[in-house]
Design a protein around this ligand. Structure first.
Ligand code: HEC
Ligand SMILES: [Cu+2]
Length: 316
């Protein structure tokens, strides 16, 4: 992709988004020409003629049938647009199970990339083709954006919150990533690449990258680091991950489950819920448990909270 202004559809997802927009444009175009055409036609047909004294406007009363139709037909059209858009949207929002995961953190003015096995990179994300990828997004300073035009997907990166986005890269290639939120003077330089590699090549690259950074402590897998932090932070005084329940809920099997809260709502145990449970435990209190968990906002830095969440996700 040499010309960054031309973005072909890089996934079947993107094709569906394009089809949706084409459909809306065609429907909009049809009604535009229909109404404007009638406007011009009537303007000409009923123009004022000489002598004008005989051209008295007839008294027109309403037509219930006509009114019924011009409410019904556009209503059906917008409901069809809504339904189609909603299908494409939910399809985009709900990640498929078993996706490769990549953590991306934005800061002024770059993207920090972290793979679950501890590999890191700046402004470059490598993924295998033909496998869905889930991006776990965060920001350290201000709002940033994560926009993949070739895939027709975009998500905000928000300080103090985790958001997710997934794509199914079908075709190997190098794709542009833009920050779409004005984030300061370096905003326009905030560019990154998604490099989709053929499966075999990707495997080789992972092995090679593994050997290169092999000695450093940096290479500790996120989940392993999370387990270490969880054990040293005293979580296990109140939480069991195996065996008998303690003061708080057992943390095994929490990820992806439905959690009943005090007050009757039910939430999904996703990344954002797990993160919030650690830094702001009072925000959502699990039904049947006392609101006694202290906040770890000050004692566990955001990077480490992410690692703890990764560990919790392995407790299946
Ligand atoms: C003083 C006891 C205590 C400590 C220490 C504690 N928790 Fe909790 N935790 C609780 C209680 C009680 C709840 C349930 C009430 C609530 O939601 O706040 C809970 C809820 C949670 C939940 C949501 C559980 C669910 O089923 O939805 C998570 C996740 C969690 N804690 C993680 C941690 C982690 C990670 C640590 C250590 C960094 C920790 N907790 C330390 C008592 C504790
Ligand atoms: Cu930015």
């Amino acid at each position: 992709m040499d010309n960054i202004l031309a973005f072909g559809a890089a996934s079947s997802q993107a094709g569906r988004v394009d089809a949706l927009f084409v459909m809306i444009a065609v429907i909009g175009g049809f009604f535009f020409f229909l109404t404007q055409g009638l406007l011009i036609y009537f303007a000409v047909k009923y123009r004022r003629r000489q002598p004008d004294r005989d051209n008295e406007t007839p008294a027109i009363t309403g037509s219930p049938l006509l009114e019924f139709l011009w409410i019904l037909i556009p209503s059906i059209v917008v409901v069809v647009i809504f339904y189609y858009g909603w299908r494409v949207y939910t399809d985009q929002r709900i990640p498929v199970a078993g996706a490769t995961e990549v953590h991306v953190n934005a800061r002024q003015w770059l993207y920090e990339v972290k793979y679950p096995d501890g590999r890191t990179a700046i402004n470059e994300i490598r993924v295998p083709a033909g496998k869905s990828v889930k991006f776990i997004l965060s920001a350290s300073d201000v709002l940033h954006g994560f926009y993949l035009p070739d895939f027709r997907v975009k998500m905000d990166m928000i300080p103090g919150r985790v958001t997710t986005l997934w794509v199914q890269p079908d075709r190997p290639g190098s794709y542009q990533i833009f920050c779409t939120v004005y984030c300061g003077t370096g905003h326009s330089n905030m560019l990154a690449r998604l490099i989709v590699m053929p499966q075999g090549e990707y495997g080789e690259w992972v092995e090679h990258a593994g050997r290169e950074g092999g000695e450093g402590a940096e290479r500790e897998p996120l989940a392993a680091r999370g387990e270490r932090i969880l054990k040293s932070a005293g979580c296990l005084n109140c939480h069991a991950v195996d065996g008998k329940e303690k003061i708080g809920p057992n943390l095994r099997g929490l990820y992806g489950s439905k959690v009943p809260l005090e007050g009757g709502t039910i939430v999904t145990g996703d990344e954002e819920y797990l993160r919030e449970s650690i830094v702001d435990p009072g925000a959502k209190v699990v039904k049947g448990y006392p609101n006694v968990m202290p906040t770890f906002k000050a004692s566990i830095p955001p990077e480490d909270v992410k690692a703890v969440v990764e560990y919790l996700k392995t407790l299946k």
